[in-house]
Design a protein around this ligand. Structure first.
Ligand SMILES: [Mn+2]
Length: 277
């Protein structure tokens, strides 16, 4: 597994759980601390200078671990299950562009807040809308070799898909280009046991967000990272652990803390994993 961190491009609305400081500085520090990836949260995939982002990322020896899309929901209210078909179509148009960007490093596109809220709809109704929207994107995913990442979010942040089990039901009803994004902060709230949830998700895991139980960087809370990392390896996951936490006490400290907590653990299990596979 490799370390990554979420970087939020400028938006007007508030999002507290990502690094937003100067990009050069963030990339430089992350590279020094042994991070291999950066996950860009891009509010508008048509307005971003993606070539510049890609070049900058590669200049620092990093890769794009995933593209996250929550800021398109926060900024424009776009969702792929929106009852208004023109908003839904616009969200799908954004998703296709995100997929094209993600193809640069064969990473995934996150389906978090952009999947929409249930509000007063029946769960079957929104599920049908989500599955239908995902199916319309699958050809694009296949052409660009990019997967979609469904992320369960805790009950205080959304009213649709809070648990790993609920997300797995969507994965089972869609094609090969849909995987799970497990976030340790959300799992800590919703799952009876985080490690059991990792085992249940198994080979469907495509990407991971890491933060403590209090949403601080790893090492500043009570999650047992050794146990969690071991379980990700146990199911054969060898992708990115992407920091999505409150950048406190500072973004530099957050990166440092994450690296110091996880690098030794990952190094230990990685050797074992490489020997077995
Ligand atoms: Mn997350």
């Amino acid at each position: 597994m490799k370390l990554s961190f979420v970087y939020m491009l400028p938006i007007k609305t508030e999002f507290k759980y990502a690094i937003k400081d100067e990009l050069h500085e963030a990339l430089k520090l992350a590279a020094e601390f042994g991070f291999k990836g950066i996950e860009y949260n891009i509010p508008n995939p048509f307005e971003v200078d993606f070539k510049r982002l890609l070049k900058l990322t590669e200049d620092y020896g990093l890769r794009i671990s995933a593209i996250s899309t929550g800021s398109a929901y926060l900024e424009y209210g776009l969702t792929i299950t929106h009852p208004n078909s023109s908003i839904r179509e616009k969200a799908l148009k954004f998703m296709r562009k995100y997929i094209e960007h993600a193809s640069a490093h064969n990473s995934g596109v996150v389906v978090g807040l952009i999947r929409g809220r249930r509000d007063n709809r029946a769960v079957e109704e929104i599920a049908e809308s989500l599955i239908s929207s995902i199916r319309t994107l699958e050809d694009h995913c296949s052409s660009y070799d990019v997967f979609l990442l469904i992320e369960p979010l805790n009950r205080y942040e959304t009213d649709y898909i809070n648990s790993v089990e609920e997300a797995l039901q969507i994965v089972e009803q869609t094609g090969d280009y849909v995987k799970l994004l497990l976030d340790t902060f959300h799992m800590n709230i919703e799952e009876r046991n985080m490690c059991d949830a990792i085992l249940r998700a198994g080979r469907s895991i495509g990407h991971v967000h890491i933060a403590e139980n209090n949403r601080l960087p790893p090492g500043l809370g009570s999650i047992c990272w050794k146990n969690v990392v071991q379980h990700f390896y146990r199911v054969g996951f060898n992708g990115y652990l992407s920091l999505e936490a409150l950048p406190r006490p500072s973004f530099k400290e957050a990166l440092k803390q994450t690296a110091e907590t996880l690098n030794p653990i990952v190094r230990g299990f990685q050797a074992e994993y490489d020997n077995q596979s």
